[in-house]
Design a protein around this ligand. Sequence first.
Ligand SMILES: [Zn+2]
Length: 371
Amino acid sequence: MKTVLRSLLLAFILCLVFSGMAYAGKGKAHKTENIIFVMTDGLRWQEVFFGAEESLLTKEHGVAIPELSQAAFWRNSPEARREALMPFLWKVMAQEGQVFGNQAKGSIAQVSNGLNFSYPGYSETFCGIADPRVDSNKKIPNPNLNVLEWLNGMRRYRNHVAVFGAWELFPYILNRQRSGLFINAGYEPISQVKLTPTYQVLNRLKDETTRLWHGEPLDSLTFETSLEYFKNEKPRVFFLSLGETDEWGHEGRYDKYLETARMADNCVKILWETAQSMRRYRNKTTLIFSTDHGRGNAPEGWKSHGEEMPNSENICMAFMGPDTPALGERNQTERVTASQIAATLAAFLGEDYRTAVPKAGEPIRDVLPQN
Ligand SMILES: [Zn+2]
């Protein structure tokens, strides 16, 4: 009897060893255990790669005090200008990671939905497909599966996925009702967690601060709420979406558009530095930065975007983490699209999103482990 038991046990162990080997052989070795993904709405690739545009730093483009904005953002070279605008992206992510989308260097990053506005842009990013049924910014629950929902459905990620959106549409874009994802969006007070004093103040400020836009509060309120959550709950997959860059663009305020782009960059920096100070995240976390659509050209197109607005399909994407080769600002690459982000995000974690959504854009190989 003992021998039977022993051989059964041996067979069982061998099974484990071989299935482990098969698994290791299939997936490439990766170090990423957590994802931090930040998007800021409607950020133009022109500013990301060339910094502030001289012809727009004027009163005609809503710049209240041109001398001040010029002092903050104007420099003689495009490299110095973009560093003044997004210091973390250029001094850290572009050094240690990869940045796609500089068309002047033959790197094209785009949304592929053809509509070039927010709901379709976020939907493409998270679902991995550009679904023609998703064609408005209305509060309609998204019929498509998204990668955050898919991860949250697995036991190892369940309740470790968190979404903070300045824009109130995220519960629809990511179909909160169906997905059951943790989402805090718009002016909603955070409530599903133990309310620390910080949360309590932030919830009050969301209520007490002047509402400039009915669909989203100021980014600082969403960001600080998300940061408190990040530190307390330590999610494995963390997504933050900021909205002011788009709002100020529509308002024709080039000064505020630049200031909020710089603030968005600073939010990414704070999140990253916070993560690196925590054992759970240090050297085990991949950072992704992108936008949901671009905007048109100067002199007037920069304020807007959409199907009819040339250039507003162009975006930027940046990746940094323990698995991403430090190739810096990319040049002469294959075109990359927002539809590839979902499978790329999953692949960093060693998961294959295309087993669930075969039509999703394929992972961006260059940012993933190369062995
Ligand atoms: Zn917009």
